[in-house]
Design a binder for this molecule. Structure first.
Ligand SMILES: [Fe+2]
Ligand SMILES: [Fe+2]
Length: 269
C-alpha cells in the first residue's frame, strides 16, 4: 500500500538543513514511498531557486510544491520549467510559467498526482476559484490516466481549507493544508476516504513568528515601522503528515502526524 509523506513549507536554511540531514532517515523509519514538500519559503524564507530545488530533490523529496511566495526569487520564473518535479499553484493565471500539476511514480505502478491550489480569503495573489480549479485539475489528470491525486490547499482561512476538504472528499486522496506554518490538531480521514489536515505546519525554526525572527516581527506589530524579517534559527522541526492510501479500496486507511523532533518544548538557548 503506497505510503505518502507530505511535508510543510520548508523555511530558509534551517528548514533545508533538517531536510538534508534527517529526511532520508525519516523516510526509512516510516517506510515512505513518496515524499512531497512545499518549498515556497526555502530561499531565505521567500521563494525558491533552482539550486535549492535541486538540493531538496537530492535530499529525498520526490516532488516540490509552491504557494503565494512562488515568484519571490527573480530568476525562478526562468528556471522553473527546467525542474520536472516542481509545480506551481494550479490556479495561477495560465500564462505563468511552470507546471500546474505533478505525476509521481510510486510502487507497483501506483501513480500519484499532485496539485496545489491557493485560497482566496485574505490572500493578495491573483487566482482563479480554487474549488473550480481543483475540479478541473482532477478531470484533466483523470484523462491522463492519473486517478489518485493529492490536493494541497495553500490558504490563510481555516474555513476555506475545511470547505475544500469537504468539496474533494472521496475524489482526492487527501486535502492537505499549508501556508499558515502552524501544525493543526485535526488530521483525519473524512467519511468518503480522503485524508484531511488544516495545516501540516512548516519545516523550519519554531522559536520564531511563523519562521521569522521574534523581535523583528514583534517590533513591527508594536511600532508599525518597516524592517527586515530575518529567518529565525532555533527549535527547528520537520513537520508533515503521512497517509496510507489503499488503491483497491480507493481510500486512505491511516494517517499520522509527524512533528520531528518531539517534544514540542521551547527551550532557552
Ligand atoms: Fe509558507
Ligand atoms: Fe504561503
Amino acid at each position: 500500500m503506497p505510503r505518502i509523506f507530505f511535508i510543510g513549507d520548508i523555511v530558509g536554511r534551517p528548514g533545508r538543513d533538517i531536510i538534508t540531514n534527517h529526511l532520508s532517515a525519516l523516510r526509512e523509519a516510516y517506510q515512505v514511498d513518496l515524499a512531497v514538500a512545499n518549498g515556497e519559503n526555502a530561499a531565505g524564507g521567500s521563494g525558491i531557486t533552482g539550486s535549492i530545488a535541486a538540493q531538496l530533490l537530492k535530499a529525498g523529496v520526490d516532488g516540490i510544491t509552491l504557494g503565494d511566495h512562488c515568484w519571490d526569487q527573480k530568476e525562478w520564473a526562468a528556471e522553473i520549467d527546467h525542474y520536472e518535479q516542481v509545480c506551481r499553484p494550479a490556479n495561477f493565471p495560465r500564462a505563468q510559467p511552470g507546471r500546474s500539476s505533478l505525476v509521481l511514480d510510486g510502487p507497483d505502478g501506483f501513480r500519484l498526482g499532485i496539485v496545489t491550489v491557493l485560497g482566496r480569503q485574505y490572500m493578495k495573489v491573483h487566482t482563479e476559484d480554487p474549488f473550480a480549479c481543483a475540479d478541473r485539475m482532477l478531470a484533466e489528470l483523470e484523462t491522463q490516466g492519473v486517478a489518485h491525486v493529492l490536493v494541497e490547499i495553500h490558504a490563510e482561512a481555516t474555513s476555506e481549507k475545511v470547505a475544500m476538504g469537504w468539496h474533494l472528499d472521496g475524489r482526492a486522496i487527501g486535502v492537505i493544508g499549508t501556508h499558515t506554518h502552524i501544525p493543526t490538531a485535526d488530521l483525519k480521514v473524512l467519511p468518503q476516504g480522503s485524508a484531511y489536515q488544516t495545516d501540516v505546519g512548516m519545516t523550519g525554526p519554531y522559536r520564531s513568528v511563523l519562521g521569522r525572527d521574534v523581535n523583528a516581527v514583534l517590533g513591527k506589530f508594536r511600532d508599525g515601522m518597516p524592517r527586515r524579517f530575518p529567518v529565525a534559527e532555533q527549535d527547528v522541526k520537520l513537520c508533515g503528515c503521512i497517509l496510507d492510501f489503499d488503491p483497491e479500496a480507493g481510500r486512505v486507511l491511516a494517517v499520522e502526524q509527524v512533528i520531528y523532533p518531539l517534544p514540542a518544548v521551547v527551550e532557552d538557548p
